[in-house]
Design a binder for this molecule. Structure first.
Ligand SMILES: Nc1ncnc2c1ncn2[C@@H]1O[C@H](COP(=O)(O)OP(=O)(O)OP(=O)(O)O)[C@@H](O)[C@H]1O
Length: 243
């Protein structure tokens, strides 16, 4: 369901921590309706880039625009769902209590909040564990609950930082099914990964290495342009190191 409407515009963005340049002149558009992947090995700069897209960090040079609004912008908070790399959940609370807390932050309450909670728990297949203390959740369940918190306020754009890291292949497939279902309902998704198989599931991909953009395109284009039979081969052909 790709469209021509640009919802994320990354314009000549660079970022350094001290003397270490972590992102170098990145320019990139993401269109409404896309599942867009940021692929690169550990340390490539994926998290740094998505943090800037959510407004949690600022570039040293360049600008990020989301929905035609320069980031950071408080106005956009309701349009974005962000799932960070590490789960930001309260272990001593139940899943329901966690979701009530995060829902309240977005101004949800009463029946509307309870209805959203049951909907998002259904999406992540955790409905049977609503009243379980998060402390007793497995790592994979926590990832899925984090996704549920990102979905609560029905964001138009989901930004997911390695959402399936540490999750077994069966669960990974069920999470990707959830992404496709959300996408079919009009949600655009930006997802970071270093897993080649996941990159293949995205509509378009940006390949990052050492803070530089080395290629952008559909998985099919990237493979065809490098005469590769896999995304991994294409990544190496573009000058990436093994992710
Ligand atoms: N707050 C910070 N202070 C100093 N250096 C940082 C900071 N955040 C990130 N870095 C450095 O920036 C580089 C890129 O990190 P980043 O987390 O963006 O990479 P990544 O592609 O997301 O990697 P991973 O897949 O391991 O999460 C790394 O060398 C990291 O050490």
């Amino acid at each position: 369901m790709n469209t021509n409407e640009v919802i994320v515009s990354i314009q000549n963005v660079s970022k350094a921590f001290g003397k270490q340049e972590v992102l170098n002149d990145i320019s990139l558009n993401v269109y409404k309706g896309e599942i867009f992947g940021l692929l690169g090995p550990s340390g490539a700069g994926k998290t740094t880039l998505v943090k800037m897209l959510t407004g949690l960090d600022l570039p040293n040079r360049g600008e990020n625009h989301l929905f035609q609004e320069k980031m950071p912008s408080l106005k956009l908070i309701e349009k974005i769902g962000y799932m960070a790399q590490s789960d930001a959940l309260y272990g001593e609370l139940t899943a329901k209590e966690n979701l009530e807390f995060f829902g309240a932050l977005f101004g949800l309450n009463g029946k509307a909040l309870q209805s959203r909670i049951s909907k998002v728990m259904d999406v992540v297949e955790l409905s049977d564990h609503l009243n379980k203390t998060v402390h007793h959740y497995s790592g994979g369940m926590k990832r899925r609950l984090s996704l549920a918190t990102a979905l609560l306020h029905e964001p138009e754009l989901l930004i997911l930082d390695e959402p399936t890291v540490g999750i077994d292949p069966v669960l990974r497939m069920s999470i990707w099914r959830a992404f496709y279902e959300l996408n079919e309902k009009g949600v655009s998704i930006i997802v970071t990964t270093h897993v080649m198989g996941e990159a293949e599931k995205c509509h378009r991909l940006a390949m990052l290495r050492d803070g530089r953009l080395i290629a952008v395109g559909t998985p099919e284009q990237l493979k065809a342009d490098t005469d590769s039979s896999s995304i991994e081969e294409a990544f190496l052909a573009y000058g990436g190191v093994k992710a």
